[in-house]
Design a protein around this ligand. Structure first.
Ligand code: IPD
Length: 298
């Protein structure tokens, strides 16, 4: 049977709407944290509640499909396979969510043969929804929680700034995240790359136009898809951080690069991701090469 991507997209959007409501209304105990890997890698009751909700709805609607979620992931056991798979980060940007810093979202992806086919990313605090279906374009909706006619805007096609030239790193607005793993090779690499991106050319740096750390991998990718951020780079991403945004980015003409990106197997995929906005294949390649040069030998 062929898989109806539009129906999947619509289901994921309906789920995102419910999840957004839960995130917006969370108070008190729902914001208390439990440590996962370390003191900055945390989970709240709300993360778990939303993942359970997403899982139960999708298992009912699509009982034969696989489900991978950040909070139910078991290292070495949970795998993204070639099967039809939903990939869920119930709250991406958990630290922002806890603090009330308004950059957090639910990220829902669907993959076939490990390739992203549908992506839905919703930030209930800015009330902006990003979504895409493979081959059908990428869109953004403002005031998403309001009913149509009450303010919910028409979907706007991404990118929103198609005219601006994609230059080199020197003129780029670059997103970079530190993630929650604060030791090991990827952490050292992030510090080195950060230093290069911010240091002046006189001191051997690359000095990017601007550097931002928003605290949500999925939103970094969506802003890159929207064309308001030129590049986003991170070492140490998981499938749920990137699957949904990847579909949105590609449908907006952007490009995802990295070391074996999308194999999703930590043994092979070094989990480095470089998202570059739309702006010409040659220009995209040039920026990716500049990034590899920054990482060389590190
Ligand atoms: C994290 C955020 C953060 C990124 C990490 C992610 P979480 O997701 O997206 O910005 O640097 O790599 O794990 O834990 O808030 O869902």
């Amino acid at each position: 049977d062929s898989i109806n991507l539009v129906a999947i997209h619509d289901s994921l959007i309906a789920i995102a709407r419910q999840a957004g409501e839960i995130m917006r209304n969370a108070t008190g105990k729902e914001l208390e944290t439990d440590e996962k890997m370390n003191a900055v890698d945390v989970v709240t009751e709300t993360d778990k509640r939303i993942e359970d909700l997403v899982n139960s709805i999708l298992t009912k609607e699509y009982p034969t499909f696989s489900f991978v979620g950040e909070e139910s992931y078991v290292k070495g056991v949970t795998k993204v396979t070639d099967a039809p798979t939903f990939i869920c980060d119930p709250i991406d940007g958990t630290q922002n969510f806890i603090h009330g810093f308004p950059l957090a979202c639910i990220s829902l992806g669907f993959t076939l043969g490990r390739k992203p086919q549908v992506g839905v990313v919703y930030n209930p605090f800015s009330d902006v929804l990003f979504s895409a279906i493979k081959g059908q374009g990428a869109f953004m909706v403002d005031n998403f929680s309001l009913a149509p006619g009450q303010g919910q805007g028409k979907p706007q096609q991404l990118p929103l700034r198609p005219g601006r030239k994609l230059g080199s790193l020197e003129t780029a607005l670059v997103g970079i995240e530190f993630g929650s793993q604060r030791d090991g090779h990827n952490f050292d690499l992030k510090l080195e790359v950060y230093k290069e991106l911010t240091a002046s050319k006189a001191t051997g740096g690359a000095m990017a136009g601007a550097v931002r750390s928003m605290g949500s991998a999925a939103l970094n990718i969506c802003y890159t898809a929207a064309g308001v951020m030129d590049v986003y780079w991170e070492g140490g991403c998981y499938a749920w951080d990137v699957a949904a945004g990847w579909c949105i980015l590609e449908e907006a003409g952007g490009r995802m690069a990295g070391g074996n990106p999308g194999v999703w197997d930590p043994a092979v995929d070094d989990r480095k991701y470089i998202a570059v906005r739309q702006g010409g294949e040659e220009e995209q390649k040039k920026i990716v090469e500049e990034f590899w040069a920054l990482m060389k030998g590190k």
